[in-house]
Design a protein around this ligand. Structure first.
Ligand SMILES: Nc1ncnc2c1ncn2[C@@H]1O[C@H](COP(=O)(O)OP(=O)(O)OP(=O)(O)O)[C@@H](O)[C@H]1O
Ligand SMILES: [Mg+2]
Length: 471
């Protein structure tokens, strides 16, 4: 049995600072969603002349003609009490995210005869606190989507990368360098999945956008060397012509940076200067050397805080589009050697891992019967056979499965969403990743004591004196 039997499907969405991706679980497997013909769309939001909010390529087109009507990185506004001002409109971050999520969900529905997803997983930077996570929940609700399960981006990526190849107890690190943020985390394989070891790290000032800005200023320096006035106009001009020139030069800077991951040099044409400019990989490397080194120091600190030695890690997984920069892997290798893994497309691994968690694994293996440690004679028993399927310690159940919880008070819970997994079982607390009504179980109950993974990721906590029986 799978969580998405009889043609159902579940959805995962990763709203990134610069790109948004979706993947779905259906028919027993993960499929990346192609939106607008690509595996991701720009996270740009914009307001049309008619006052409609649009996203993706449509918004990117408006951004190039009317930069004041568009926001390239709405994720940066999450947590700000002030709405975004696009042209003469004020747009809440929640509405912006809801529109991005709707565009992804629409693509999923299109592939399922218009049927709605039965479950939803949304990803977020590992250090987002509850206030910022709540924006994702509000946006999902505004988009008419199921109540989401939230999971940190690097944790989702780890599920994708490491599900089949790590033994229990092995530890890995994730180095996640995206467009806007940099996240680091150390995780340990448990019988049921992963748990975060030590405090996650990162730096919200390091990312691809920051590198683009450095390349932009470098190109500006080349322009200024011949025509300082022109560079001043590009940099500070408020007329549309100069705002557009600055916008285009930043887009060229991003292209230069990405091209130099593959080629040793690249050339661009700058129309307002009527000049061709050459940039080499060495030049890029010297521009971004300092922030890249800082990111590696941050990872080393995270590993140290987790009380793990680099040589004890089974792997260091590279995640995020900016981890494609060859210098990143090369410098990491000086500390972590062959443990550095660059397999798979580093943007998609986040949403594909999340999609796996949106419904669990489909292939049945043995059943799970976990016994709480340290809980004395009140240890938890989690019996999941025969209703729930288990693979790699992760359980999956259909929507509508009834769980009878026998504890302080006998209660029945009917699952509005699927059980996503038995995420952890420590110190007598079994933790089910679940969507829908079973969430209410967590309220007022004992929380997971050392809780290295944020509660919102894990969903409900079943206390030690609780037995969960699927029937
Ligand atoms: N080949 C490449 N070389 C260098 N950088 C690249 C390459 N491909 C993509 N990038 C950069 O990766 C960044 C986007 O990465 P990604 O899509 O993982 O981030 P995001 O999910 O939008 O952001 P975040 O996770 O930080 O919120 C952009 O800055 C982009 O320019
Ligand atoms: Mg990302």
């Amino acid at each position: 049995m799978t969580a998405t039997g009889s043609g159902g499907w579940t959805l995962a969405i990763d709203v990134g600072t610069s790109r948004t991706a979706g993947a779905l679980w259906s028919g027993g497997r993960v499929t990346p969603l192609e939106i607008e013909g690509n595996r991701w769309m720009p996270s740009t939001v914009a307001v049309t002349e008619e006052g409609n909010l649009v996203v993706g390529q449509a918004a990117a087109a408006i951004a190039s003609a009317r930069p004041d009507r568009a926001e390239r990185a709405p994720k940066r506004n999450v947590g700000s009490p002030v709405p975004m001002v696009l042209g003469e409109h004020s747009v809440s971050t929640t509405d912006a995210f809801a529109t991005l999520m709707s565009a992804v969900a629409a693509e999923g529905r299109r592939r399922h005869d218009g049927a709605d997803p039965s479950g939803l997983v949304l990803t977020h930077p590992v250090r987002w606190e509850e206030t910022r996570q709540a924006v994702l929940q509000e946006a999902a609700s505004a988009a008419g989507l199921p109540e989401p399960t939230l999971i940190p981006e690097p944790v989702a990526a780890a599920y994708h990368y490491a599900r089949g190849e790590l033994a229990e107890g092995q530890k890995i690190a994730v180095y996640d360098l995206g467009g806007g943020t940099f996240d680091t985390v150390v995780m340990q394989r448990t019988p049921e999945g992963f748990e975060v070891v030590g405090p996650p790290g990162g730096d919200e000032s390091i990312g691809g956008d920051h590198f683009d800005h450095l390349v932009f200023l470098h190109l500006g320096g080349l322009i200024a060397a011949q025509d300082p006035e022109l560079w001043q106009k590009i940099l500070t001009g408020t007329e549309r012509q100069w705002m557009r020139a600055a916008f285009d030069l930043l887009a060229e800077a991003r292209q230069v940076k990405e091209t130099l991951s593959t080629y040793p040099s690249t050339q661009i044409y700058v129309p307002v200067a009527d000049r061709e400019l050459l940039v080499t990989r060495e030049e890029l490397e010297s521009l971004i050397s300092e922030p890249v080194d800082r990111s590696i120091d941050e990872l080393l600190d995270t590993v140290e805080d987790a009380e793990v030695r680099p040589e004890d890690l089974a792997a260091v997984f590279l995640v995020g589009g900016s981890s494609r920069i060859p210098m990143v892997a090369a410098r990491l290798a000086t500390h972590f050697g062959e443990r550095v893994r660059t397999r798979d497309e580093p943007k998609s691994v986040v949403v594909e891992g999340a999609a796996m968690l949106s419904a669990g694994w489909s292939r049945p293996t043995s059943s799970v019967s976990a016994r709480g440690e340290g809980a004395g004679d009140r240890s938890a028993e989690v019996g999941v056979e025969p209703i729930l399927d288990v693979r790699d310690g992760v359980v999956a159940a259909s929507s509508g499965t009834r769980l009878v919880v026998i504890g302080e008070q006998a209660t029945e819970y009917s699952l509005a969403g699927p059980v996503l997994g038995l995420a952890a079982h420590r110190g007598g607390a079994a933790v089910l990743l679940a969507g829908g009504q079973i969430r209410s179980l967590a309220e007022g109950r004992r929380r997971w004591s050392s809780a290295p993974v944020p509660d919102a990721t894990l969903g409900p906590v079943i206390s030690a004196d609780t037995t969960v029986v699927a029937n």
